[in-house]
Design a protein around this ligand. Structure first.
Ligand code: PEP
Ligand code: MG
Length: 752
């Protein structure tokens, strides 16, 4: 048999048999006879997986026919079981000497020495085994192995069509029609219910056997060329915003799309008589089977990339290379992707995206930042989710418990429908309070501001009734950009933010880069302790040109209006003064070039390094305002990494030392008449916010979604009574004061 004519002829004959109007079992019987003849083998048998992880002999040419439907092997038992379990071919010139060899007398297979078994795979899962045997010792040629694998793919198609065995009996996860529950990490809270949309749609291969091989070869080559060009274009796109991990993935794709081994295998599969689509799937089957066996995470990752690439290639073959962003989407879309760039998410119609699920991702990934800005519930790091989800599946995203439900039962859907209705009611109640001032029962007025970082955040001010933006994290724009933003782009952005704020206060924080906030276009710095490293104001004071560039943009954007700016991670007053000096120099420049200056410039600082609190008198006489960053302050106060989940509940902000420390700060600022805000995450949690008010804070900045719940808490509390209650707490030695504070809230009927 020649390298290609054999399988081609075989496939041609198989197609004829598939077209015959006969029962499935007869079809299978004919196929094994055909394969045996074509491969000059004395035996050809098909085993299929049955319930109980048993492989049942379904058809044979050459073995005892009486053994059909009688002989069964466990997964992993015998050579057949080995092939099935490991999902890889075994080519054995001397099968009886193989350690897995198991003799089944009823089959009458004793005279056969050599054996070639290949798994029958679909979607990387094993459905059965196809095997040929010969009396003589022979090593089957590579092309014979290929041919048998190709044929097994056609058999797989027959199996999943349900003609031979009841589909429900086959491997559990094969048909994606059962409920599935995944658990991951919540990157943006919220609950959503809707229909699955795959960011990169899958293509179902309908036609397996080629009519015209030359044409299939041409189609494959054209699709590969298109795929490469598309990847190059994505990487080169100046205007598209590709960041961090997305760029890495694309770089890997580019490398793999030029991988000679991969292309060679695709071409061979086409030459053996498959359509171009089926050839891609055939190679993808191998990749997936290897992926399931692989335990080394790095190799798995690589195989995953190949799998993704195969999906992309299939889409090019089907003439559907785009993502789903511009398709007609359901109004309750839950988007699924392996990973995604921020710009890709922004490409979708926001009003239709109710949730986002990523197989990978991290809380600091840029897509997570954008999802939070858009308030889209997002769960990431759900392993294997893309293997389980099918387009149009019902989906529930529970960002509170970090759970994902695919195809949930009616009962679970009802539970969540109820939950969603309650949430909607609560949201409506918060919305109704939008214009109501946040005043405590005893008349204390609290300013509620919101945190933001992108232009898409700004409309939340109107929606939530926030009195301004207490923290605008300017680094986010730099992080999601593909290249260093140009001065004019920055000016335009800051101007749009100020326009959107419509006269309300916006506090711009200058670049807080370094640590976990890395620019995709800057060389990452190797540091032993990045959180304590060359970051934020330290970096920008050492690179004053960068800080001045940003200040220049802010001054230009705020022409004739008020400008509030502050510096991150200041550890000593001298640092603050040095940074302020740069602002003065830029103001001098504005005067020199006769540019209209802002009406008023207020320069403040974040207080998030404990050392700065030991210079409060000096600080408060040189800063126009201060903003306590409790996220970093907490991490440095307790020497406890804010990103380490193992330490999440180790220390409590609501503890005597932390609250005592915060009280010193707020008391000093008030005594000096310097405005003080707290803008860390704690400000957005009702119980913590209540405590902050008890400490004396009257200005809090938080995520937009927290404004409603915090305001509701405020209007129900009495600040004076709480302060009196807390007076006795600071000196205690408890690990946490959370319970006492919660008790206070319960007794006073405060909604925390
Ligand atoms: C903080 O540290 O509390 C803060 C608000 O800044 P970021 O979370 O951006 O570090
Ligand atoms: Mg900080």
């Amino acid at each position: 048999m020649t390298a290609t004519a054999g399988p081609r002829l075989l496939l041609k004959r198989m197609r004829e048999i598939m077209a015959e109007r006969i029962a499935a079992q007869s079809r299978l019987d004919k196929i094994v006879t055909l394969i045996a003849a074509n491969m000059v083998a004395e035996v050809c048998s098909v085993y299929l997986l049955r319930p109980g992880r048993q492989l049942e002999l379904f058809a044979t040419e050459g073995l005892n026919k009486a053994a059909v439907h009688a002989t069964r092997l466990k997964l992993g038992e015998g050579i057949i079981g080995d092939v099935a379990q490991n999902a890889r071919p075994l080519n054995l010139p001397d099968a009886p000497s193989h350690p897995s060899f198991l003799y089944k007398p009823e089959t009458g297979e004793d005279p056969y020495q050599s054996m070639l078994g290949v798994p029958i795979l679909r979607g990387g899962r094993t459905l059965g085994v196809l095997a040929v045997q010969n009396r003589t010792h022979r090593l089957y040629g590579e092309e014979e192995v290929e041919a048998l694998q190709t044929v097994s793919m056609v058999l797989a198609e027959m199996v999943v069509s349900g003609q031979l065995v009841d589909l429900a009996e086959i491997d559990e996860g094969l048909k994606r029609d059962r409920p599935w529950r995944g658990h991951g990490t919540t990157f943006c809270e919220g609950i959503a219910m809707g229909r699955a949309v795959l960011h990169e749609p899958r293509v179902r291969v309908e036609k397996l056997i080629a009519d015209d091989i030359a044409e299939e070869r041409f189609k494959l080559d054209r699709a590969v060329a298109e795929l490469r060009a598309a990847i190059d274009a994505m990487l080169a796109a100046e205007d598209s915003v590709i960041a961090g991990e997305t760029r890495d993935v694309l770089e890997a794709y580019r490398m793999f799309a030029n991988d000679r081994g991969w292309l060679q295998r695709l071409r061979e599969a086409v030459n053996s008589g498959l359509t171009a689509e089926a050839a891609v799937e055939r190679v993808q089957n191998d990749t997936r089977a290897r992926m399931l066996r692989q335990t080394d995470p790095l190799i798995r990752e690589r195989l995953h990339d190949f799998d993704d690439l195969a999906n992309r290639l299939l889409r090019h073959l089907a003439g559907k290379a785009d993502t789903s962003a511009h398709d007609a989407l359901p109004t309750d879309t839950i988007l699924f992707a392996r990973s995604m760039g921020p710009a890709e998410l922004l490409d979708y119609d926001r009003t239709k995206i109710k949730g986002l699920i990523l197989e990978e991702g991290s809380p600091t990934s840029h897509v997570a930042i954008v999802a939070r800005a858009l308030d889209i519930p997002l769960i990431g790091r759900i392993e294997g989710v893309l293997e389980q989800v099918e387009a149009h599946d019902w989906v529930i995203v529970d960002g509170e418990a970090s759970d994902l439900f695919l195809r949930p039962s009616h009962e679970i859907r009802e539970v969540y429908r109820h939950k969603l209705a309650l949430r909607a009611q609560r949201q409506a109640a918060f919305a109704a309070m939008r214009t109501r001032p946040a005043v405590t029962k005893d008349g204390e007025v609290v300013r509620l501001l919101m945190n933001a970082g992108l232009l898409v955040d700004v409309p939340h001010m109107e929606e939530t009734g926030a009195e301004g933006i207490g923290l605008f994290r300017t680094e986010l724009q730099f992080m999601i950009a593909h290249a260093m933003p140009r001065l004019q782009n920055l000016i335009d952005l800051y101007k749009s933010v100020l326009d959107g704020a419509d006269g309300k206060q916006v506090v711009f924080r200058t670049l807080d880069l370094g640590g976990d906030k890395v620019l995709p276009y800057a060389r990452p710095l190797e540091e032993e302790n990045p959180a304590l490293g060359w970051r934020a104001i330290r970096m920008t004071l050492d690179r004053p040109a960068l800080l001045r560039y940003q200040i220049r943009a802010l001054l230009a954007a705020a022409k004739g209006r008020d400008l509030d700016l502050m510096f991150p991670l200041v550890a000593e007053v001298a640092e603050f003064k040095a940074a302020r000096e740069l602002v003065n120099r830029e103001l001098d420049r504005v005067a020199r070039i006769r540019q209209t200056p802002p009406r008023k410039v207020r320069v403040g600082t974040m207080l998030e390094v404990p050392s700065l609190a030991y210079q409060l008198p000096a600080l408060l006489s040189s800063a126009d305002f201060i903003s306590v960053g409790s996220n970093d302050l907490m991490q440095f106060f307790f020497a406890s990494d804010r990103g380490n989940p193992r330490l999440d509940s180790r220390y409590d902000l609501l503890s005597p030392p932390m609250l005592g420390f915060l009280k010193t700060i707020v008391d000093a600022a008030k005594a000096r008449g310097v405005p003080v805000t707290l803008c860390g995450e704690m400000a957005g949690r009702p119980l913590e916010a209540m405590t902050l008010i008890g400490l004396g804070f009257r200005s809090l900045s938080m995520a937009p979604a927290s404004i409603g719940p915090v305001k509701q808490m405020i209007v129900g509390m009495n600040a004076g009574r709480l302060s009196a209650f807390m007076a006795d707490l600071y000196g205690r030695s408890d690990h946490s004061l959370r319970e006492q504070l919660r008790q206070f809230a319960d007794n006073e009927n405060v909604a925390v």
